[in-house]
Ligand binder design. Structure first.
Ligand SMILES: [Zn+2]
Length: 435
């Protein structure tokens, strides 16, 4: 850092300053314009891949905010842009440009005219191909996710894409049933809510565990990649990895890839693999945006089911993180995984509270954490109904209902002081977990 500062002083005296990195929003605008890809579509692909996190680095050979892959999109981007792969992996502008170039090449391959390219709905096939999934059902799952995000809108850091009506033209993928419906989404025999999408037979070992020897552990993972990407990775014979279950961040949907009686390759330790169920969660360890209440609750419901089925104690000696497996080289699920909250849910403290915001008139600030020191991330109107997912002690606030240090989490990364919420309880709500 010191050297860099000195250099910049020298350069400032002698030559024009090297331009600062353009703002991320400008990067997307420029790449969209250059390759004639709808900007919000490009953003939605990035949101599906990394939650628009520039620092995202996948475990599985995928890079940057757009998660360009060693297997396909990275070399294509290099060929199309002429940029070196190293820059495409690590430079924000290059990474986004590369993704835009690849998407455009896929649109060209489908014969999209300039007029067609201006209609976001015509990009479905190009987005599906961008997933790299060999299974058309998984490719459709990825593109459906991207279009669902466009419909609902999404926000991350400096990006705020409002929702809009979409009617994707799925082309030949219209014949492939949506994930969880029809022939390709039969429900799992082991766990009712899960879609069954088997891993490649080379990525797990067939066994007879439930009768021949016990299952003692549940191992918790983060995927370091998207939901569709992880399902696809387990189907890829080259990966040599798998897990029994994979959860989706946005809504807690779940897919099963390996039968519980079989041995999945997830813990990096054969002894633990033989005695555990591996559960993957969509997201990256370093970005709290992926750690949603919906995913915690859905995952905890499965773990509760597994602990009952196999007689596994509901404690941290038996429900462990990948990093706690002896010899682990991975750090997941990482410091953003809330074990206290998860274990309460596993142990049956699953209630939510409901309340009504009462400020006497003004909007109530929503903060990024349980205290007035956290940034304001939004507001809720006086009189609005809120769902309280969990509660924590934070800074002490005096409000409509007296003075209290109780804070309510009303969404992922969204907190309000309990002193402005009429819940029927003075303090913590019985049956609602602590965050
Ligand atoms: Zn892991």
């Amino acid at each position: 850092m010191v050297l860099r500062l000195m250099l910049s002083v020298v350069l400032a005296a002698a030559a024009p300053l090297v331009p600062a990195d353009p703002a991320p929003t400008a990067v997307f605008g420029a790449a969209a314009a250059r390759y004639d890809v709808p900007r919000d579509l490009l953003l939605s692909v990035g949101y599906a891949q990394s939650r628009l996190d520039q620092t995202a680095s996948g475990q599985v050979g995928a890079h940057g905010i757009m998660q360009l892959t060693d297997a396909a999109t990275l070399p294509s981007a290099a060929a199309l842009t002429g940029l070196p792969q190293r820059e495409l992996r690590t430079g924000l502008a290059a990474n986004v440009s590369g993704a835009a170039a690849v998407l455009r090449s896929y649109a060209d391959a489908e014969g999209l005219s300039a007029v067609a390219r201006s209609d976001v709905n015509r990009w479905f096939g190009a987005v599906a191909r961008f997933s790299g999934a060999a299974d058309p059902a998984v490719a459709r799952l990825f593109a459906d996710t991207v279009f669902a995000q466009l419909a609902s809108g999404f926000a991350a850091g400096p990006f705020d894409v409002p929702g809009r009506p979409v009617a994707p033209d799925r082309g030949k993928l219209a014949a492939v049933p949506a994930w969880g419906s029809g022939d390709v989404g039969i429900m799992s025999a082991d766990y009712g809510p899960a879609v069954w999408a088997p891993a490649d037979p080379g990525n797990y070992t067939v066994s007879n565990r439930t009768t021949s020897y016990p299952v003692n552990y549940v191992v918790i993972h983060m995927t370091q990649g998207s939901y569709a990407g992880s399902i696809s990775w387990f189907q890829n014979p080259a990966s040599n990895v798998s897990a029994h279950y994979i959860f989706r961040s946005s809504d807690g949907a779940v897919t099963q890839a390996v039968r519980e009686k079989d041995i999945a390759y997830h813990a990096g330790n054969w002894d633990y693999n033989t005695r555990s169920i591996g559960i993957e969660h969509e997201g990256f360890v370093d970005n709290p945006a992926w750690f949603t209440d919906a995913m915690y609750r859905a995952s905890a419901a499965l773990t509760r089911n597994l602990t009952t089925k196999y007689g596994i104690p509901r404690d941290r000696a038996h429900i462990i993180g990948h990093r706690e497996v002896p010899g682990a080289t991975h750090t997941d699920p990482g410091p953003n995984w809330n074990w206290t909250y998860y274990m309460q849910l596993v142990n049956g403290v699953t209630g939510t509270g409901s309340g009504t915001v009462d400020t006497a008139s003004t909007n109530l600030n929503v903060r990024g954490g349980p205290g007035t020191g956290f940034a304001v991330v939004g507001t809720v109107a006086d009189g609005a109904a809120v769902t309280v997912w969990c509660q924590a002690a934070g800074t002490t606030v005096t409000g409509t209902f007296g003075t209290s240090n109780v804070w309510n989490r009303i969404g992922t990364g969204r907190w309000v002081s309990d002193t402005y919420v009429r819940t029927g309880y003075n303090g913590f709500i019985p049956g609602v977990p602590r965050c």
